[in-house]
Design a protein around this ligand. Structure first.
Ligand code: PLP
Length: 351
C-alpha cells in the first residue's frame, strides 16, 4: 500500500467526510457509498482507458473464484475452452475449469519447467471454443507475457491479478480481464472484472446470482454487500496512481526496479540464479534461487534482520521471490540488492 494512502485513511478513519462516522460504518445502500463505488470504477476506467462497451465489476471470491466463474459465465452453449499454461496459477485456473467443460491446453511451457511462456506460433487455438484464457504474470514462476496472445474471434480472457495496473493495456484486445485486489491494487477483499458487454447473457442457469456478470453489472456491483472498506481504499490507490503519472509511469518504475534486481542476480557470478529465460522474465515477480540451496533459509532470516521481509518463494517453487508491486519504492529494491551483494560476499565459497 502507498504510504500516502495509509495516512489519508488513518486521517479519515474516525470521521469520514465530516460525517462523524467511520467509513466502516457507512451503509452500502446509501448514496455516499454508491458515490465511492461509482468514483472508484470511474477512476479505474480512466487509468486504463477502458472503452465504453466494457463494464467494470467489483466482485467477491478473489481470482480463485473467477477460475469457476469464467466458465460459468462465458461458456454459453459451447462445450470447450482454450487455456494457455505458463505456470502455477494458469494450471490452477484450467484445473478448476475442467469441472465445467472440456479444456484444450492450447499452449504450454511445462516441458521446460515454465522457464518461459508459450509463444504465439506454438499456440494451437480452436476457433470453435468459448474463450481463450491465459495468466499474464505468474507469481510463483516469475514469468510474464510480454505480448498479448492473438486468439482471433475467440474472446481472450486474462487473469491479470499480479501485473494489473503495472503497464498500459489495449483493453479492446480482450473479452474479459480479472484481477484480485490484494496484489497490485493493495487492499485485499475484492476482484476487478472488466468484461465486454456482448459477452453477457451466456451464464449457466445455475450460476449464483451474485456471481452472474450481467446481474452484478446491472446492479453496479451492489447486488449484495460489497467489501466497502476495501473499495474505499482501492479508490484512494487509484487516485494516487493517477497523481503518480498513471500506468505509463508504473511501467517505467517496474522496468527500472526489475532491471536492477536482475542485474544483481546475473552479476553475482552464479551465486544467485534466475531460472527464467531473460526475455520472458516478470517485471513484478522476481524469482531466484541460491546456487547452494542450503543457504536459502539463512538468506531469508538475515534479510528479515535488515527489514527485508516476505521474500520466501512460492511453496510450489521454493527459492526467493521479490514481489515489486506498484507501491514498492525504489529504496526497497536498492536496499535488497545491496543486501544481496553483501550476503554473496560473505558466503562466496558457496558458489
Ligand atoms: C495470487 C494470484 C491468484 C490467487 O488470488 P486469490 O485472490 O487469492 O484467489 C490467482 N492468480 C494469480 C495470477 C495470482 O497472482
Amino acid at each position: 500500500m502507498p504510504a500516502a494512502v495509509l495516512e489519508q485513511a488513518q486521517h479519515e478513519f474516525l470521521d469520514w467526510n465530516g460525517r462523524g462516522l467511520s467509513m466502516l460504518e457507512i451503509p452500502f445502500t446509501g448514496d455516499e457509498f454508491k458515490g465511492i463505488m461509482h468514483r472508484a470504477q470511474g477512476n479505474l476506467r480512466a487509468l486504463l482507458k477502458v472503452p465504453d462497451n466494457y463494464r467494470i465489476l467489483f466482485m467477491h471470491g478473489g481470482a480463485s473464484a473467477q477460475f469457476s466463474l469464467v466458465p460459468l459465465n462465458l461458456l454459453g452453449n459451447a462445450k470447450c475452452a482454450d487455456y494457455l499454461e505458463s505456470g502455477y496459477w494458469s494450471w490452477r485456473a484450467l484445473t478448476e475449469a475442467r469441472r465445467y467443460c472440456t479444456i484444450s491446453v492450447a499452449g504450454s511451457s511445462r516441458d521446460s519447467d515454465f522457464d518461459r511462456v508459450p509463444s504465439q506460433d506454438e499456440l494451437h487455438l480452436d476457433p470453435g471454443t468459448a474463450y481463450c484464457h491465459y495468466t499474464s504474470n505468474e507469481t510463483a514462476n516469475g514469468v510474464q507475457f510480454h505480448y498479448v496472445p492473438d486468439s482471433g474471434e475467440v474472446p481472450l480472457v486474462a487473469d491479470m491479478t499480479s501485473d494489473f495496473l503495472s503497464q498500459p493495456l489495449d483493453i479492446s484486445r480482450y473479452g474479459m480481464i480479472y484481477a484480485s485486489s490484494q496484489k497490485n491494487i493493495g487492499p485485499a477483499g475484492f476482484t476487478v472484472v472488466i468484461v465486454r458487454e456482448d459477452l453477457f447473457g451466456r451464464a449457466h442457469p445455475a450460476t449464483p446470482v451474485v456471481f452472474d456478470y450481467r446481474l452484478q453489472s446491472d446492479a453496479n456491483s451492489l447486488l449484495n454487500t460489497p467489501v466497502t472498506f476495501s473499495v474505499y481504499l482501492a479508490d484512494l490507490v487509484f487516485q494516487w496512481l493517477a497523481e503518480m503519472g498513471g500506468v505509463a509511469a508504473m511501467e517505467q518504475n517496474s522496468l527500472r526496479r526489475s532491471r536492477q534486481l536482475y542485474q544483481a542476480i546475473d552479476g553475482s557470478g552464479g551465486f544467485y540464479r534466475c531460472p527464467v529465460q531473460p526475455l520472458q522474465r516478470s517485471r513484478v515477480s522476481i524469482c531466484f534461487t541460491l546456487a547452494d540451496a542450503m543457504l536459502t533459509q539463512l538468506f531469508l532470516s538475515k534479510a528479515a534482520q535488515h527489514g527485508l521481509i516476505n521474500l520466501k518463494g512460492h511453496k510450489m517453487t521454493g527459492g526467493i521471490r521479490a514481489s515489486i508491486y506498484n507501491a514498492m519504492p525504489d529504496e526497497g529494491v536498492t536496499v535488497l540488492t545491496a543486501f544481496m551483494r553483501q550476503f554473496a560476499e560473505d558466503h562466496a565459497s558457496h558458489v
